[in-house]
Design a protein around this ligand. Structure first.
Ligand code: PA5
Length: 423
């Protein structure tokens, strides 16, 4: 199976000679610390895919039941608690594999949105998976209540027990709720934070429920884990080192871009990973994303010619997984005859190559990460690569990539307004 390829050569042209070697050394040292030093802070449970991926048999069994019995599968979670699974499902879910419709809840306070989800479950066979590490986050907690109440109007206690899956830490209120009600309980491992949870039951159960290949996905993660180990941090350390040096030169925004619209949700996963891991102590590269070619018609102008503080990381997919050829239509006279016989894959590639070249010439350090295909295995590779790179990158920046204290500031004010006890 093909592996991820990282090409930083265009970005290296923006760096001082000799600096990359040194920064790569620092990155390698932080990578070794990540995988070798004792986990005193309790944040490295994801570094081994094998350790993260617990309860596989239970998830296979429950996933098969959900596929067979559900019309609608509601995934309740926010931030790191749903992004990884959502990105895989939204990107590679075949249109007709017999899986239920998937709805994403627990990620907004908009009554309009929650109303839409409730409407979509009406009269249909519903299963839900609530993912909440400590079961304190307001969005999933409040949505679980309204969804649960709706379901209880239709299902007996025994039926509810079959249809509700809770994913949380052992010892949390969520585990107690599972025990009190006979719900299936899956572990959100204590030593794994939300945005690093892709290989734990947080990321896995939704894949199983949607009929995706959990084993190929885990194999992709394991393969990248082994590759990085064998290469002293390999492409993860290189990516971290290059962006660190670019940041030191004033490039403080990174755009993750792709010519595959189905990677839209993957961009959001990446956005959250780097945003929450690095934006601290008034430091950090601001993560942003775009989907081309559409967004070239909006922010393409800025990318080409705006303020030169942008890094652009292209996520290239070699095999588009589809083919649509353009048949000649000479009599019509639409003046697009130069496309006769071409496949859209060829046009998409021409657009991508031209964009990289033009933006690089326009003063944007461009990085390219290429994957052969977009499948479960590829997502496993991408997730492990970016999580390792992000952990190393945070250390290079001098911040803790595993905390997110800043997110609590708005919550404290909101809880006070809402009258939460003890705040
Ligand atoms: O990465 C993180 O730790 C966060 O984004 C969390 O995943 C998010 O805040 C949801 O947390 P919880 O699972 O506790 O509801």
């Amino acid at each position: 199976m093909s592996g991820l390829v990282l090409d930083t050569s265009l970005a290296q042209a923006f760096l001082e000679q000799g600096t990359l070697g040194q920064e790569r050394e620092r990155a390698g040292a932080f990578y070794r610390e990540l995988i070798e030093a004792p986990d005193t802070a309790g944040v490295k449970g994801w570094v081994s895919c094998e350790e993260a991926a617990v309860q596989l048999d239970l998830m296979r069994e429950k996933g098969a039941e959900i596929r067979e019995k559900a019309d609608v599968f509601v995934l309740v979670g926010v931030g790191g608690s749903n992004q990884a699974a959502r990105a895989v499902v939204e990107s590679i879910q075949p249109r007709y594999n017999g899986a239920p419709e998937i709805l994403y809840a627990g990620n907004t306070f908009s009554p309009y949105e929650i109303g839409r989800i409730l409407d979509a479950t009406a009269g249909r066979s519903v299963y839900i998976n609530v993912i909440a590490k400590n079961f304190e986050t307001l969005e999933p907690g409040s949505h679980f209540r309204v969804l649960r109440q709706r379901m209880q109007e239709r299902y007996t206690r025994e039926e509810m027990a079959r249809r509700v899956v809770l994913t949380g830490t052992y010892g949390s209120r969520l585990e107690e709720i599972a025990q009190e009600n006979g719900y299936t309980f899956l572990s959100f491992p204590e030593r794994i934070g939300g945005r690093y949870s892709a290989f734990s039951p947080v990321g896995l159960l939704p894949l199983a429920a949607m009929g995706l290949d959990m084993d190929a996905y885990l194999e992709g993660g394991r393969q990248m884990q082994e590759r990085l180990r064998a290469e002293g941090g390999g492409i993860a350390a290189e990516y971290a080192a290059v962006r660190s040096l670019l940041y030191q030169k004033g490039f403080d925004i990174e755009m993750l871009v792709s010519f595959e619209p189905r990677l839209r949700w993957f961009s959001r996963w990446w956005w959250q990973l780097f945003g929450e891991s690095e934006g601290k102590q008034k430091k950090g590269i601001f993560p942003a994303s775009a989907i081309y070619s559409e967004d070239l018609h909006s922010i393409g102008q800025y990318m080409q010619d705006g303020r030169r503080n942008l890094i652009e990381s292209f996520l290239t997919v070699e095999d588009p997984g589809a083919s649509v050829r353009i048949a000649p239509d000479p009599a019509f006279g639409d003046r697009f005859d130069y496309l006769d016989g071409m496949d859209f894959a060829q046009i998409n590639r021409a657009a991508e190559d031209a964009t990289i070249r033009a933006h690089a010439e326009g003063g944007v350090p461009c990085i390219r990460l290429t994957t052969g295909r977009l499948d479960e295995y590829a997502f496993g590779q991408l997730y492990y690569f970016f999580m390792a790179a992000c952990a190393v990158s945070g250390r290079l920046l001098g911040v803790d990539p595993f905390d997110q204290e800043g997110v609590e500031a708005y919550k404290r004010l909101m809880f006070r307004t809402l009258g939460k006890p003890g705040v």
